[in-house]
Write a protein that binds this ligand. Structure first.
Ligand code: COS
Length: 386
């Protein structure tokens, strides 16, 4: 049984504990703790979207009360618990949130009415399209253009590594609209998947399979009301959205790490070695101590970042960057430690720690690579000092 004592930490309120207990029970019943190979990830994602939608879990990621009702502590707990059960279940939950977060934060009433309820219900699938072949970390280098045309905008360019690419019903797309150079000349748009001129150029296969694609915009036309927020403000739309969801990536990493520790503890208690159990060896104990300490330190940073936005009500730029950086790096070490304790079994397909080893890797890259988080933190530290 996983450690649940952190729910008593002062970051949480009774409603968080109640929700965690409900989700724990639901996930145990509906998703289970098994290994989840997915011969058809698109179909599995669609099934999970319906399953989570019908159970009402997307209400937490796409709340009826809009951006003000987004509770990052809840998002973190949901991602952590789902990730402990299934990486793909966490993925579909996170993407419904990330693909609507910008709309909840900056959308018009009409955009919110149109896009949020069906995603909340699990009837439609959302996606966030920021990265490009030559603009991942350096968002200001994006080359996709948005040109004003009569009645709307024309989008031209490529977006890549887009999660839910190929199965999404809409994409929140960022493009250079040219009001000013660099970060000030970017705008955000909500683009329906069937918009003329938008196509899936390529599906991308990754080590922990989930729907991922390159999108091609070739004279893709969208109406005026597809613009999200003000023209030229797209960079801030992207950053404010990432500020909310970055801490939750740390929470997903935490879920993977907790699961790896659980697996490792069960394994070392059952595995005889040198006339004793593996758990009785001091080197094992030292490794478990490092794993447990890394998990608690990550948890503190993740919940602190969530609490900063929820309770202090200020943008958690520095706190979220620290949370994502530390939690994803620590989870990688924890999972690697679990694989080592499993020995040959740890790299065997069909064993949970092997699955976790593949699942964790991308989290140190997407939604701002570890190196970007360090840039963000350093700028905040230097800014505060000036
Ligand atoms: N919230 C609101 N505004 C923000 C912000 C935030 N978190 N971060 C920066 N801004 C504002 C700045 O205040 C600045 O405003 P002014 O133009 O009014 O001065 C503007 O945005 C530009 O900021 P900055 O100069 O820091 O931009 P850079 O081009 O140097 O980029 C990094 C900064 C690297 C931090 C940014 O590009 C980034 O986060 N990159 C990673 C993106 C990412 O996560 N990619 C993965 C794709 S999603 S899977």
């Amino acid at each position: 049984m996983a450690d649940r004592s952190f729910l008593d930490w002062p970051f949480f309120e009774p409603r968080h504990r109640a929700l965690a207990a409900r989700l724990e029970e639901w996930a145990g019943r509906e998703i289970g703790l098994g290994v989840h190979p997915h011969p058809d990830v698109d179909a599995e994602c669609r099934r999970l979207v319906r399953l989570l939608g019908d159970a009402g879990w997307f209400e937490q990621a796409v709340p009826t009360g809009g951006a003000a009702a987004l509770d990052v502590r809840t998002l973190c707990l949901v991602r952590e618990i789902l990730a402990r059960h299934s990486g793909l279940a966490d993925f579909v939950f996170a993407m419904q949130g990330l693909g609507t977060g910008s709309i909840a934060l900056f959308g018009s009433e009409a955009q919110k009415q149109r896009y949020l309820p069906p995603v909340r219900a699990g009837e439609r699938i959302a996606a966030f399209a920021l990265s490009e072949p030559d603009a991942g970390s350096d968002v200001a280098a994006m080359a996709t253009t948005a040109t004003r045309v009569e009645g709307g905008w024309r989008l031209d360019g490529r977006k890549t590594w887009i999660s839910n690419g190929g199965i999404a019903d809409h994409y929140v797309v960022f493009a250079r609209s040219g009001e000013a150079p660099g970060t000030r000349g970017i705008s955000a748009f909500v683009v329906d998947a069937d918009a003329p001129g938008l196509s899936i150029a390529e599906r991308i296969q990754v080590i922990a399979p989930h729907p991922l694609a390159t999108l091609a915009f070739d004279g893709c036309t969208v109406p005026d009301d597809a613009l999200l927020g003000e023209a030229g403000q797209g960079f801030k739309v992207a950053m404010a959205t990432l500020d909310i969801f970055r801490a939750t990536v740390g929470a997903a990493a935490l879920g993977f790490a907790r699961r790896a520790l659980d697996e490792a503890v069960a394994r070392v208690a059952a595995r005889p070695m040198f006339g004793r159990m593996l758990a009785d060896q001091q080197m094992t104990q030292a490794r478990l101590a490092d794993m447990a300490t890394g998990i608690d330190a990550a948890a503190l940073l993740v919940y602190r970042a969530a609490w900063t936005r929820d309770v202090e009500g200020r943008p958690p730029t520095r706190e979220a960057a620290m949370a994502k950086l530390y939690a994803t790096e620590a989870a990688q070490r924890v999972i690697d430690g679990a694989v080592q304790l499993f020995g040959g079994l740890g790299v065997t397909v069909g064993v949970k720690v092997e699955e976790l080893y593949r699942e964790i890797r991308a989290l140190r890259i997407y939604e701002g690579a570890s190196e970007v988080q360090k840039l963000v933190i350093a700028r905040q530290v230097l800014g505060a000092a000036r």
